[in-house]
Design a binder for this molecule. Structure first.
Ligand SMILES: O=C(O)c1cc(=O)[nH]c(=O)n1[C@@H]1O[C@H](COP(=O)(O)O)[C@@H](O)[C@H]1O
Length: 245
């Protein structure tokens, strides 16, 4: 890291629930210090649209709107312009869409924010989803690179296109840091307090491992939202990630 101090954000809680009542109940339980970022994903957004973003913001949380855009450059640019007007802090796009799409997305996002008089959201590129492993990459996607090389390639592409960072597994961070600057955000889902490989996530680390590997921020869903005490689960994960032993 060239001797610089790593920026580390409080965890992002993935609000992956189906109803507004469930979302609000979780937000009410997560009014803790330090405050988490709240990730609104496809499930809530497709049910309730921009209104759900406002609901979260009105409760004092910064929003990471995770819609993973992937389409032709013109369509992505226009959709990103709409996202830029929502006042969110972070949003996502697929690096696999290529440089023209990434640059169009960034231009649209910045234009939307500027038109609304808001700061531009940070744009993060999805590299390889944390549910993808070497077997899927080789046998289904027919990608000739190793998983780490593919993630590293997408991170380099995203940085060259002027994006603010990537989403990846913390397992790829040292490879990524070889090709991007220290100020490039590497946000890492696939976090489990205990590694037991019993769900759809394939490239998984603990919160403490994410810290040791140099993650700038972790995204955590089910270990918090499906816990009987979401606030306690969040606080334990937050401490493990943010405080050195
Ligand atoms: O973009 C994301 O946030 C994301 C990218 C990725 O590669 N893997 C990944 O799990 N995510 C998201 O991170 C969250 C992880 O949720 P849990 O697996 O329940 O902790 C989900 O909301 C996913 O959509």
């Amino acid at each position: 890291m060239g001797g610089t101090i790593l920026k580390r954000l409080t965890p992002f809680v993935a609000l992956d629930v189906a109803t507004k009542e469930d979302a609000v109940a979780l937000l009410d339980q997560l009014t803790v210090t330090p405050k988490p970022f709240i990730k609104v994903g496809m499930e809530l957004f497709y049910h309730f649209g921009p209104e759900i973003v406002k609901t979260v913001q009105d409760r004092g949380f910064d929003v990471f709107l995770d819609l993973k855009l992937y389409d032709i450059p013109n369509t992505v640019k226009r959709a990103m312009t709409a996202i830029g007007r929502l006042g969110v802090a972070f949003t996502t796009i697929h690096a696999a869409g290529g440089s023209e799409m990434l640059k169009a997305g960034k231009a649209g996002l910045d234009a939307g924010a500027q038109a609304a008089g808001l700061p531009a959201p940070k744009l993060l590129a999805i590299t390889q989803l944390t549910s993808i492993d070497e077997t899927i990459l080789r046998d289904e996607q027919h990608v000739a690179l190793s998983l780490i090389e593919s993630v590293q390639n997408y991170a380099h592409l995203a940085a060259q296109c002027g994006l603010d960072g990537v989403i990846c597994s913390a397992q790829e961070l040292s490879a990524i840091r070889q090709v991007v600057g220290d100020d490039f955000w590497c946000i890492t889902p696939g976090i489990r307090p205990e590694i037991n490989h019993d769900d759809d996530q394939k490239r998984v680390v603990t919160p403490a491992q994410a810290r040791e590997l140099g993650s700038n921020g972790i995204v955590v869903g089910r270990p918090i939202t499906q816990n009987a005490d979401p606030a306690a689960a969040y606080q334990a994960i937050q401490r493990a990630f943010m405080e050195a032993n």
